[in-house]
Design a protein around this ligand. Structure first.
Ligand code: IVH
Length: 700
């Protein structure tokens, strides 16, 4: 299977293999970026991998992996937590997708333990909570440490945050607890608390969370404990590890003790003795799913006898004595009333199915994604058809198939942008393949793109202006007082010039909130290089690449001069080579920067914006080192350090690390096996040195 096999054409086996590959790829990329600070791929490649992963999961929800990248919400967004190694690994669970799988699970246990056919296998059944797992270490009854799952072996130390949860006792109640024990369970947020939090976030102009699980994860993993404290997080205890002494004979007894020690345990947990009973519990929990105040995505079965659990042990990353019986993706049929087009920030046109509202798993659905025109052709769907839709987890509902042909006329993807009327085209990539997406060519002229870009400009990872969120941007844009990013800083004047009443008189803004907003905007008149660049929303130039450019150039002016020169000189120019020579920067990013610069309206916008804001210099990591400010290239085999360590070290000393040799290179560190780079450096008269000489230079 080639990487380019369209998701729609994957067989289940191929999809499973592809999900495995993507999970690994994304995990490696995350580790390289967040822990090593040495990105393996461009933002665009990274985004494409995540999107493909999500698309495959949406099509095959049952294949979603335990270590799915989509569950690692902002996993590495903060690297301020200390690492916490688990005394015993935090495991995942095997999945069962049918009654038959559940029966097989019991049979496997019987076989493994050598039990007779009539011997009952008592199992507990309890909801699988859709939150994030947490391990709490208690010593002499006192909470010593709280750690997230992380990779199962090592998580993050979130002790201070965990202490803010009412459901997590600081001291265990009752008695009979072992001297040392790790209590494990799930941190979650209730659906009403999640809705209220999002309402507050939206009102404050901050980004909302996609679902309760993301909200719980995002709230627990806050470097500012006060934020965690203000979030309504809860905890169910359901497992344990590393106990210094046995304290129960069965799973149910253990969980009863947890309750006595002051933990919340799930009230729906039941002990069963037969497969029939077990499946009845499964159906009962499934029937109650929609009305439960929290999200669950299956039922977990566990062998009740702990001596049996012990004998059963583990296979790879999951216990043999437990399994998660997942709920099927929820489906419903309804009429597709219309197909609308949404225009994204980069101009991509996405067809969206407007549906006659229908309840799917307790949630009213009135829109579903249709992805792109090829998908619509594959489904053969058109307005008026009765369609089957599916909602799995938190993914956007999807149209699965046409149930009844409504007799309407086939739907055609427009070839012009529905918002600005510019041509909408499918780009051809380097390999001559057509992009599945059609894009509006209107750029900033297109109001839809303009709004989406503004939203991006003020978002958390860019300017991050408090009180200015998607809702406010939409409003200001509609009122004609915020057309481009520069208008953010001219908001007060623009409002007056438009003959509108002052902001404090607008509905929803009092004097206090208007002042707060203007203050927040003013506070951002000085903006870090990387945030500013990321905020411009140039294709292929996201957070990672922006950071790389900032580190390389330190100042905006020389960076932008290089972009201007590359845009003029084209691919053969020295400026182009300089930009694309930065480790981790691909030619797509440089090409996109040049395309952006070549458009007069972008140049005007940038000029106007820079008359309002100052782009701060990127702090030089170290200025008194002998290599500060020097451009260094490593080549050949390094013997004293890995390449990544060497680069990280050089950056920390203020050097700029490049991937290729050019006239701008100051030092080439060449290990054994150095080839063309060494030759080029010698030709250009660049200083070359061995690894040992390099260490001597930087002081060992
Ligand atoms: S038991 C050794 N019980 O599901 C097995 N896990 O798929 C320990 N989860 O990482 C897990 N509800 O975060 C167990 N009632 C429950 C659960 C549950 C949710 C999560 C947990 C775990 C994941 C495994």
């Amino acid at each position: 299977m080639s990487e380019a096999t369209p998701v729609e054409e994957l067989t289940p086996d191929q999809a499973a293999a592809e999900l495995e590959r993507l999970a690994q790829l994304i995990a490696d990329a995350d580790a390289a970026y967040y822990q090593e600070d040495a990105p393996l791929m461009s933002d665009a490649e990274y985004d494409a991998a995540r999107l493909r992963n999500a698309a495959i999961e949406a099509r095959f929800p049952e294949l979603k992996r335990e270590d799915s990248p989509s569950d690692r919400v902002g996993a590495a967004a903060q690297d301020g937590f200390a690492k916490a190694a688990h005394a015993a690994p935090m495991l995942s669970l095997e999945n069962a997708f049918s009654d038959e799988d559940a029966g097989d699970f019991i049979e496997r246990i019987r076989r493994f333990l050598g039990l007779g056919e009539d011997e009952p296998v008592a199992l507990t059944a309890e909801p699988k909570i859709d939150g994030l797992s947490l391990s709490l270490t208690y010593e002499k009854g006192k909470l010593k440490r709280a750690a997230t799952r992380g990779n199962g072996e090592v998580g993050e130390d979130v002790t201070a945050n965990a202490r803010t949860l009412d459901d997590i006792p600081d001291k265990l109640a009752g008695k009979g607890w072992p001297d040392v024990i790790e209590i494990r369970g799930e941190v979650y947020m209730t659906k009403p608390d999640f809705a209220a939090l999002n309402t507050r976030e939206e009102a404050a102009g901050r980004k909302t969370f996609a679902n309760p699980r993301n909200a719980a994860a995002g709230s627990l993993r806050q470097l500012d404990v006060e934020i965690t404290k203000s979030r309504p997080l809860r905890f169910f205890a359901y497992a344990w590890a590393a106990e210094s002494a046995p304290f129960a004979a069965t799973q149910s007894e253990a969980v009863e003790k947890f309750a006595a020690w002051g933990f919340q345990t799930n009230p729906m947990m039941v002990r069963t003795e037969t497969l029939e009973e077990l499946l009845a519990v499964y159906r009962d929990i499934e029937a109650r799913r929609a009305s439960l105040p929290y999200d669950i995505d299956g039922v977990v079965y566990k062998v009740d006898r702990l001596d049996w659990q012990q004998r059963l042990g583990f296979v790879s990353r999951a216990p043999r004595w437990a399994i998660a019986h997942k709920f099927p993706a929820e489906k419903a049929t309804t009429t597709l009333e219309a197909i609308d087009i949404q225009v994204g920030r980069t101009g991509s046109l996405t067809p969206v199915a407007r549906l006659q509202p229908v309840t799917v798993g307790g949630v009213v659905v009135s829109n579903a994604t249709l992805h792109n025109e090829d998908e619509i052709a594959r489904l053969g769907v058109k307005p008026g058809d009765v369609v089957e839709i599916q909602r799995a987890g938190d993914v956007i509902p999807q149209v699965l198939r046409v149930v009844t042909d409504g007799g309407g006329t086939p739907w055609q993807m427009p070839h012009t942008c529905p918002v600005c009327g510019s041509d909408a085209v499918r780009e051809i990539d380097d390999k001559g393949e057509e992009d599945v997406r059609r894009r509006c060519t209107g750029g900033l002229v297109c109001p839809a793109q303009a709004v989406e870009r503004l939203k991006h400009f003020v978002s958390r990872k860019a300017l991050d202006i408090d009180g200015l969120g998607a809702k406010q941007v939409q409003l200001f844009h509609e009122k004609g007082v915020m057309k481009g990013p520069q208008d953010i800083f001219r908001l007060q004047t623009n409002i007056a010039a438009a003959g509108l009443p002052p902001l404090e008189e607008w509905e929803g803004f009092g004097a206090a909130s208007a002042k707060k907003l203007f203050d927040a905007i003013d506070a951002r008149r000085k903006v870090p290089f990387a945030r500013f660049l990321n905020g411009l929303g140039i294709r292929h130039v996201g957070q990672t690449s922006s950071q790389l450019f900032a580190r390389q150039y330190l100042q905006w002016a020389p960076f932008w001069s290089a972009v201007v020169a590359a845009a003029e000189g084209g691919e053969g120019s020295e400026a182009w080579a300089e930009l694309s020579g930065i480790d981790g920067i691909g030619s797509a990013a440089v090409g996109a920067l040049c395309d952006f610069e070549r458009e007069a309206h972008n140049r005007d916008m940038l000029e106007a914006l820079l008359s309002e804001v100052t782009v701060e210099d990127e702090a030089r990591a170290s200025t008194d080192s002998p290599v500060a400010g020097k451009t260094v290239v490593f080549t050949g085999t390094l013997e004293r350090m890995t390449r990544d360590e060497a680069k990280a070290r050089a950056s920390a000393l203020g050097a700029k690390v490049a991937g290729s040799v050019s006239a701008k290179t100051d030092i080439l560190v060449a290990g054994p096996g150095a080839g063309s780079k060494l030759k080029k450096a010698q030709d250009l008269g660049v200083q070359t040195m061995t690894e040992d000489e390099w260490f001597e230079l930087i002081g060992g």
